[in-house]
Design a protein around this ligand. Sequence first.
Ligand code: FAD
Length: 296
Amino acid sequence: MKIDELLKKKATISFEIFPPKNKDGNIDSIYRTIDELAHLNPDFISVTYGAGGSSKGKTVEIASKIKNEYQIEAVAHLSCITSTKEEIKTICKELKENHIENILSLRGDYPADPDFKRAEQPDFMYASDLNQFIYEEFGDTFCLSGACYPEVHQEADSFECDLENLVRKVEAGAKYLITQIFFDNHYYYRLVKEIRKRGIDVPILAGIMPVTNAKGLLHTAKLCGCNIPYDLSTMIERYRDNQKAMREIGVQYATMQILDLITNGVDGIHIYTMNKPRIAKSIFEAIPEVLKGMNP
Ligand code: FAD
């Protein structure tokens, strides 16, 4: 089923996973993760696509298993900045053959490897170019979605500029949006308010990442350009060397964010699971009635 059709009926709860990065290329561990996530009955699971397409085969393979073996709706991430049109066409064909109907369409970033050679004239500059290309080649085979940034994309000159580009992305075919992580819900509400003012009414799913260790959190926050609120940073300072306490804080903090978002009528919650299904399970166990009541 296409996710935009589902979103017309209900607010969704979904998970993001990534293909494991094992030197031997073995990805079996991901299926144990999916086994556990499947018990939580998500509306869909999305599978990331490595920077520079490093795990592209794995994304299709994992998304296909989610859809065809677990019978859970799958969203395949697809980034374009290092890809040619032919490569994108090939991957989309594979997705279609595997009955995957949903693509999170992304620009992506250049790989960090200093030896990586950038194309002088890339086939795609922005996610909106990818949307346009997929529509031209595949019509409405896929439901396309896009990324959005409550705290502004790092390369954008301003919030206003980023919003204008987001409008372009939706006009180029993104049927719903998933946010970058944020730890302060005010940024999410601001984005929703501003984008609605510009006449865009597609659902905006809130991307929530439960923190499980201090180092990981600081690294991710820097990478994604998101602020860490005072109360969370104080907790991290106090408990940074206590792994169990950090896990408790991560679950509690994410749970409170989700509770607030659901209370205020969010379109959907997308949990960045970091391939740690027990964390997602702990959140579900903390607010079962709230989650059940998400779609009264
Ligand atoms: P775009 O929408 O193309 O925007 C990139 C920048 O260009 C922004 O600053 C925007 O304001 C600007 N811009 C856009 N259109 C125009 C225009 N027409 N003219 C001028 N400027 C413009 N990365 C991966 O490699 N793999 C993944 O699986 C992955 N999954 C993600 C999932 C989510 C939910 C999110 C939020 C991000 C994900 N990313 C992933 C990271 C993403 O690839 C990076 O954040 C990347 O820097 C931007 O991608 P985008 O699709 O948002 O780009």
